[in-house]
Design a binder for this molecule. Structure first.
Ligand SMILES: [Zn+2]
Length: 416
C-alpha cells in the first residue's frame, strides 16, 4: 500500500507570495528545521533566478557536508528547456527538479494567447524533462499547473508522456483552490490508476479546503495504487489565501478519525519541532500566527469557559484531540523586560560578544580569538542588512558554526 510523503514548498510558493519574503539565511534555517522534522523534501528555491544561486549552492554544500541530510533539496522552474539549461549553468550540483507548465485550456489560451495547443504543452514538457535527465537530474517531478481546471483526459495524456520520458512524479496542482475533497479524491485516484506514477497533491486555500483537499487527494492517489506526496508550507503561507499548512496536514494525516490507521506517513516525522518552525516562520515572514491556528495558535490549547476548563482539568482528552507537548509546546519563553542588547547591521564587538555569551549550555559558542569573533560579527552585520530585524539564536549559531557557508548565503552580486 502506498505511503504519504511531505514536500514542503515554503521556500518557493511561500516566498513568491505578494508582500512576503525571506532572506537567504532565513530560507536556510527553514530547510534545517524541515530536515530536523523529518520532512522528505524541500522545494528550496528558484535555480534560474540569479540572486538565488549562492543560496542554492550553499545549501547543496550543507547537504554534501551532512548538515542538511537526509532531506532532498529540489529546485522549481518552468518546464522550458532553456530554463533547465540555465538551471544547470547556475547550480550545476542540483539533483532534484520540479518542472512546471500550465495544462488547463483557460491557461493555455489565457497565458500563451493562442500560440500553443495541448500537444505543444506536452512537447515543451518532454523537451525540458529530457534536458533535465541529460544533465543528470536524479528525480524530476512534472507540475500540471491549474490541474483542477484541466480535463482528466488531457491530464492522463500529459502524465503518460511524462512517465514515458522518465519523470519521477506528477504534481497535480489545484492552483486556484477550486477542488473539494470529493473532486480531488476522484481525480487523484484516476491519475494514479491511469498514469502509474506517484502523485503529488498541491492545494491552495481559496475555498478554505487546502488541508482537507490534501488528505483527500493523498487518499485518492494511494487508493489508485501509488504513493502520495503532499505539498505544504509552514503556517500555510502561500499565494493569495495560502497553501496547505504543514503542521495541520501532519495533524490531519495522523489524528483524523480513522485516517492514519490506513494511510500512513512514509517516514518518521518529529512533530515536536512544529512549534519552533511555526514560530520562526512567523517571525521571519513578519506574519503573526492566527490565534485559532491548528496546533500552534495561541488558543489551540486554551480553555476558559466553565464546562470546558473543568472538563480538561479532569482529563485533557475531554476537550483536546492531541497534547501540546506533542507539538513541542509548553516550555516557558523568556522575554527580556529590562535592558535589551541585540545584534544589528551596525553592531560592535562588545554588544555582539554579550549576545553570544547569553547563549548557554551545549549550544554555547567559544571564539578562538578576537579575530574569529570579528569575522563572525561582520557576517552577522550582513545578515542583519538582509533580514532588517534582529537575528534569532539559531541564526547566530548557524553563522558562528558555518561562517564560510554563511558568507556564500550573504553574497549578492547583481548584474554579474
Ligand atoms: Zn501553489
Amino acid at each position: 500500500m502506498g505511503k504519504i510523503y511531505i514536500i514542503d514548498v515554503t521556500n518557493r510558493d511561500g516566498v513568491q507570495t505578494a508582500k512576503l519574503g525571506l532572506s537567504k539565511l532565513e530560507k536556510t534555517i527553514i530547510n534545517l528545521y524541515l530536515n530536523e522534522m523529518g520532512i522528505f523534501q524541500s522545494e528550496f528555491g528558484f535555480p534560474t533566478t540569479h540572486h538565488e544561486s549562492h543560496y542554492l549552492r550553499a545549501n547543496l554544500e550543507l547537504a554534501e557536508m551532512g548538515v542538511l541530510k537526509p532531506i532532498r533539496l529540489e529546485g522549481w522552474m518552468r518546464a522550458v528547456a532553456e530554463d533547465v539549461e540555465l538551471c544547470f549553468k547556475r547550480v550545476p550540483e542540483i539533483k532534484h527538479l520540479n518542472l512546471s507548465i500550465s495544462t488547463s485550456d483557460q491557461m493555455i489560451t489565457g497565458k500563451f494567447l493562442g500560440t500553443k495547443n495541448q500537444q505543444d504543452i506536452i512537447n515543451m514538457m518532454v523537451e525540458a524533462l529530457e534536458a533535465a535527465r541529460a544533465h543528470g537530474a536524479e528525480t524530476v517531478g512534472i507540475n500540471a499547473e491549474d490541474g483542477s481546471r484541466t480535463s482528466l483526459e488531457f491530464l492522463v495524456r500529459f502524465g503518460l508522456a511524462a512517465r514515458e520520458h522518465g519523470a519521477t512524479r506528477l504534481r497535480y496542482c489545484d492552483t486556484l483552490g477550486y477542488d473539494s475533497p470529493f473532486t480531488i479524491y476522484d481525480t487523484a485516484r484516476n491519475l494514479a490508476e491511469n498514469i502509474g506514477l506517484p502523485i503529488e497533491i498541491h492545494c491552495h486555500g481559496d475555498l478554505g479546503m487546502a488541508v482537507a483537499n490534501s488528505i483527500a487527494g493523498a487518499k485518492g492517489a494511494i487508493d489508485g495504487g501509488q504513493d502520495a506526496y503532499i505539498n505544504t508550507t509552514v503556517n500555510g503561507v502561500g499565494e493569495r489565501a495560502g497553501n496547505a499548512d504543514l503542521v495541520a496536514v501532519l495533524l490531519a494525516v495522523t489524528k483524523a478519525r480513522g485516517f492514519g490507521e490506513q494511510y500512513r506517513l512514509g517516514n518518521e516525522i518529529d512533530l515536536t519541532k512544529s512549534w519552533r518552525i511555526a514560530r520562526f516562520a512567523s517571525y521571519a515572514f513578519g506574519v503573526p500566527i492566527p490565534i485559532n491556528q491548528p496546533g500552534v495558535g495561541a488558543n489551540a490549547f486554551a480553555h476558559a469557559s466553565g464546562i470546558h476548563a473543568d472538563g480538561v482539568l479532569k482529563d485533557p482528552d475531554n476537550y483536546e484531540l492531541y497534547g501540546f507537548e506533542e507539538l513541542g509546546r509548553g516550555e516557558p519563553e523568556i522575554v527580556d523586560t529590562g535592558r535589551e542588547i541585540s545584534t544589528g547591521q551596525y553592531s560592535g564587538i562588545s554588544g555582539f560578544r554579550y549576545v553570544m555569551d547569553e547563549i548557554e549550555g551545549e549550544e554555547a559558542i567559544h571564539f578562538r580569538d578576537a579575530e574569529e569573533a570579528e569575522r563572525v560579527l561582520e557576517l552577522v552585520r550582513y545578515a542583519n542588512v538582509l533580514a532588517q530585524k534582529p537575528l534569532v539564536e539559531d541564526e547566530l549559531l548557524f553563522i558562528a558554526r558555518h561562517p564560510d557557508i554563511a558568507r556564500q548565503l550573504l553574497t549578492m552580486t547583481p548584474l554579474d
